[in-house]
Design a protein around this ligand. Sequence first.
Ligand code: ADP
Ligand code: ADP
Length: 232
Amino acid sequence: MIELKQLTKTYKTRNKPTTALANLNLSVQKGEIFGVIGHSGAGKSTLIRCINLLERPTSGEVWVGGVNLTSLGQKELQIQRRKISMIFQHFNLLSSSTVYDNIAFPLTLIRTPNSTIKAKVMELLSLVGLEEHKDKYPAQLSGGQKQRVGIARALASDPDVLLCDEATSALDPQTTDSILNLLLDINKRFKLTILLITHEMHVIQNICDRVAVIHDGDIVEQGPVAQVFLKP
Ligand code: ADP
Ligand code: ADP
């Protein structure tokens, strides 16, 4: 579902260029939960931002669902990007919009009829357990509830791929577990492919099928979680 081929990203700063990704190859199968773990500065956020081309790789190819995204023009890319959703460490909700409108947002962008939006948003509110909170604003919610809104918004466009950028790093352990369980449930229910980046081993061991360890911009080890991180 996701293929990264010889991916290189070099940031050109004033003083010296930084190579964040160096000829990285990665393959994520349809329906799996794949985790990328590594220390700060290893290249995790550059990697995840390259998948939907929020960040343009310096060289190499990004394939999602059999399409070479790096070969597309802006218009085609916009269409393909709807298959790829993302959730964030700090949720990135619209603070002056209600829970309902935050979840509806991706659908209003593509001019979906209001009745379709309403049915979809109500279904998603139920999925993430926030029906009672639909008229609240983000500031009135707990961290876990905010991430549930983020997840519902990400699912509104019926994506094939969900990218999770340190999605539980701002949450306490108990809330982290409830969000991970929700992600697992969504993965099973919709056969959604999930790629997550994290610096927390706990996240990997809890929900990932396979894991890759990233170090200095390249994958240094990968495989099934139990194999890469043998339990003593
Ligand atoms: P991680 O998410 O694992 O902490 P990053 O992808 O953020 O790693 O960073 C990888 C490397 O690229 C680091 O050396 C970081 O300083 C550098 N880097 C990341 N973003 C930028 C940027 N916008 N400009 C310059 N250097 C960057
Ligand atoms: P517009 O501003 O385009 O008229 P709205 O965003 O006010 O549209 O509403 C669009 C649709 O979503 C309407 O059918 C409305 O009933 C429904 N809707 C909007 N907000 C809520 C909400 N908080 N709870 C339930 N339905 C809502």
